[in-house]
Design a protein around this ligand. Sequence first.
Ligand code: SF4
Length: 406
Amino acid sequence: MKQQFIERGYRIVEYEQEADVYVVNTCTVTNMSDRKSRNILRRAKQINPKSILVVVGCYVQVGKEELEKIDDIDIILGNNEKNEIVDFVEQYENKITEVNNQKEFLDFGTVEYTEKTRAVIKIQDGCDRFCSYCIIPYARGRVRSRKPDSIIKEISTIVKKGIKEVVITGIHVASYGKDFEKNYKLIDLLEDINKIEGLKRIRLSSIEPTIITEEFVERLKKLDKICNHFHLSLQSGCNETLKRMNRRYTIEEFEKVVELLRKAYPEVALTTDIIVGFPGETEEEFSKTYEFLDKIKFYKMHVFKYSKRKGTKAASMPNQIDGNTQEKRSEQLIAMSNRNQKMYNEKYIGREMEVLFEENEEGYSKGHTTNYIMVKVEGKKDLENSIKTVKIEKNVNYELYGNLLM
Ligand code: SF4
């Protein structure tokens, strides 16, 4: 959207500065996100009461009526209007289309990136999974995959401009290709991306474990650009809780996936998302989750306290868990995650690692390893967008510090 405005002669200003048009791209994943969006909308109009205030995104798809009650908003657009946003602003009219009728991926083509090193490439939209706590399938609609040609063209173009790493993302990346007539899945796409000359790294964003089969890993490990960092959303380590969440795997199946990946990538960093305090999560269920996580030893866990999302099945489930219990469980898992991360990082002290340097900050050049550990090198300024070997000296606050090897 930013790019569309730039192409039509608009100038982008910093957040909270005075502007003629404010676009608030909303998330609706929790009730808290809705509240934050409403606050930002109010704030924008306070900064410039004469501005055109546009709200777009997922909140619109599921909470249009609520937003219509906010007088300050001038234009309300659904996700499918994002690629025409400038026209709407210029015509100043409201239009919503039903997201669930959207059959094709809304392709923005090749966009201009402000990042110099890493670019996020969206390959699909929508989700058909309907996990019981999640509003996304209602907000984003069914799975639509982006055509491989468009993805390859975009990556090839940005690689020529200097981008070294791409992060493959989407709402449910594992479903990529499900809506194509021909049999072309995520692994086929990754094989094609891997062939792009000049590209150094391919990182997968969050991925559902069910896609990781023996055949998938066999093909994946032949691709030299794939980063050894996978984010597998587990959500709970207890089969009963997983069932109520409508997740479609058991912890036994998940463990097999972990084994497959650790065998193929011995140094792999596995990260995950966990929801604590899901309705009906007893002490016993939580203990099962705790034990399972302790066994798997993820490099890092993003811990979320379950929050009721209106319009989802879980919102009306009995035995909702109180805030104190959620807080206690969350603290326990965060402490485990911190211990794991420290342990994982420390094994690299004294070793050599390849780092893709991204920026300079406060006297340090910093970048990430393929397994996504932040590494800092003191005093060098000209490393940006280059891959160098660093000898690791110490681990401070989950970041590694080291010296450059020539
Ligand atoms: S798979 Fe992810 S996006 Fe889809 S419903 Fe479940 S949590 Fe939501």
